[in-house]
Ligand binder design. Sequence first.
Ligand code: F0G
Length: 438
Amino acid sequence: MSLDLSASAPSAPDAAEDGVWLECIECGETFAPFEAVRYTCDECEGLLEVRYADLPTWEDFEGRGRGVWRYAAALPFDEGVSLPEGDTPLHRVPRLEESVGVHRLRIKHEGMNPTGSFKDRGMTVGVTVAERLGADRLACASTGNTSAALAAYGSRAGLETLVLLPSGKVAAGKVAQAALHGARILEVDGNFDACLDIVQELAARGEAYLLNSLNPFRLEGQKTIGLEILEEFYADEGRYPDRIVLPVGNAGNTAALYKAFRELVQSGALHPRDVPKLTGVQAEGAAPMVEAIEGGADEVRRWDEVETKATAIRIGNPVNAPKALPGIRETGGTAVAVSDEAITSAQRALAREGVGVEPASAASVAGLRKLRDEGVVEADEDVVCLTTGHLLKDPDAAFAAGNEPESVPNSTDGVLRHLEGRSDGRGRLGKLIGLFSR
Ligand code: F0G
């Protein structure tokens, strides 16, 4: 892999506050981090990145407990609005490992965060910045999980929250969370990308503080997924994983993990050859990043029509592509598109190992299986798949993929007869009639 080890940590520009500043990834312009609200570069509208004068080594994290704030040395400040988040399990899945056919397969289950997705890691940092900037209204566009996390963290901070959702395309669990945590839910007659266009405009007009992953502070929190995977995998196996496979929507996580690894390489904490290959997975019906990687393009073409049952990643305009494409390429990774059927079968396979995830999350495992079958991933690789959201986020998808409930009589004997396949007057025909009369 081609990460440049000689690139040392940059020296702080005048704009830095406590060794932290914002820098444009396109033109290099620097800005003070907490002085004014800013999401993109004033000069060229490029994406901004948080930069540090001091980059952490592993020792800096020791003795700081677990979870996102363990990694304070890699974050812009030491503590924040916390529920708390991070410290998610790195599951062993022996049967799945064998059926996929890799040396080691571990599942980093981000669905075990407080609101059931990795978004909490970004929100603990992002909402803290919002407080610091004196914002009183927070907003996001969302395919669901961001809205749930924003609603919870915003409420915790005592701030008003506004979420814009693509009407009819958000899984029930996520809307329920946003509702109960007290967000104002605005359902837009359009897809996620249209919602993001509107919320960016609202933010530009000063109507709300934007907490989508375009906000560079969100990605700082999400870096901790990568730090946790490396630390935990190393503790268990004495080496780092060869590859991390993750579902891609806006490509925020891909960008965040790449940044985490780059900073470790720059501080000397990680050798470039130990950086895992970042491998992105999209649904076939929403795969602009895959198109760009396969076509060797520098820019991602916006897809206006997108469709997939994995509604969390039903996104046609991955706003973090300029940060994520180099991440995939420079780590020697790749990107792959999978069918909805493959996603459902991976969701079932994970569930049979006891790991309950929503469809978008299962895309990582479906993608790994496809790349292994194609010989792109090799049999001797150690792989971590990221599962980004909890099964209960999308109960309809779980019902559709899982077993049918069976009606049984109200007696022990009746239940036993049913289990033996001798159901009382409600054999196969009865069940069929029952199905049609629902
Ligand atoms: N997996 C899940 C469960 C998600 O909710 C998302 C994004 C992704 C993967 C993709 O992550 O954008 O960093 O590439 N959900 C956003 C939302 C868009 O609004 O909840 P990414």
